[in-house]
Design a protein around this ligand. Structure first.
Ligand SMILES: Nc1ncnc2c1ncn2[C@@H]1O[C@H](COP(=O)(O)OP(=O)(O)OP(=O)(O)O)[C@@H](O)[C@H]1O
Ligand SMILES: O=C(O)c1ccc[n+]([C@@H]2O[C@H](COP(=O)([O-])O)[C@@H](O)[C@H]2O)c1
Length: 194
């Protein structure tokens, strides 16, 4: 069983995340993709929106795809969401599975700074996708990562959660930048004050 994990802050989830997951799913014939919101992202100040709300948006986003699902592993564990710890735990729970971790180009370049990256890179393969504004410089990564990062081709999407939050704050539309069900959820709720 090949399981892709799309980890993120998802504040909110947007179509860049969906296309990255689909590109990895399609290119590497994954059986499932688990979308996993972090509790506290390791290198950010934290998410503005509570974990339960971000998880609910992820659940809305994956509803129409039979191989995509939301997992609440990091939200339930609490604390800072270090990926090495998560993968240790998920591998203990799913011993026959091969794990792939899907990341955008910004995160590929940042991989050398992840906690216990050497151990993590032995436990899974990273699937990187292009993202505007970030060069994918695989040969500049440390040698131990060279055969641990594979690429998947997706249509480049110049969208970030920051951009979406800023548009909402300025009173602009984000319809179609997020999956329809996420848009409806955002407009019904009060977390972004649409
Ligand atoms: N437009 C995009 N294209 C490709 N990958 C993306 C895109 N947006 C986010 N990702 C990737 O998805 C993962 C989760 O991203 P995250 O939830 O932090 O979204 P973000 O848009 O980068 O958020 P923020 O703007 O708040 O920093 C990361 O690996 C990131 O590189
Ligand atoms: O474990 C780490 O050191 C680490 C450092 C940076 C990012 N990550 C993970 O990478 C995923 C994307 O991160 P982010 O901050 O862009 O949402 C998310 O699952 C994070 O927990 C993990």
């Amino acid at each position: 069983m090949r399981i892709g994990i799309m980890g993120g802050t998802f504040d909110p989830i947007h179509i860049g995340h969906m296309l990255a997951a689909e590109a990895a799913y399609d290119t590497y014939r994954l059986d499932r993709v688990w979308f996993m919101p972090s509790h506290i992202p390791p290198h950010k100040q934290g998410a503005g929106v509570a974990g339960e709300e971000r998880l609910q948006m992820v659940k809305e986003a994956v509803q129409s795809h039979s191989a995509f699902e939301a997992i609440d592993h990091e939200i339930r564990r609490g604390g800072v969401s270090y990926t090495f710890q998560t993968i240790r735990e998920l591998q203990a729970l799913h011993s026959g599975a091969e794990f792939y971790f899907i990341i955008g180009a910004d995160m590929v370049n940042f991989l050398p700074h992840w906690e216990h990256i050497e151990e993590l890179a032995q436990r899974l393969i990273f699937i990187g996708v292009r993202r505007p504004g970030y060069e994918l410089a695989l040969d500049e990564l440390p040698a131990f990562l060279h055969d641990r990062v594979m690429l998947a081709d997706m249509p480049v999407v110049d969208i970030s959660s920051t951009d979406i939050r800023e548009r909402i704050a300025a009173g602009h539309s984000v319809r179609y930048m997020v999956p329809d069900r996420v848009y409806e959820y955002i407009t019904r709720g009060s977390m972004y004050e649409i």
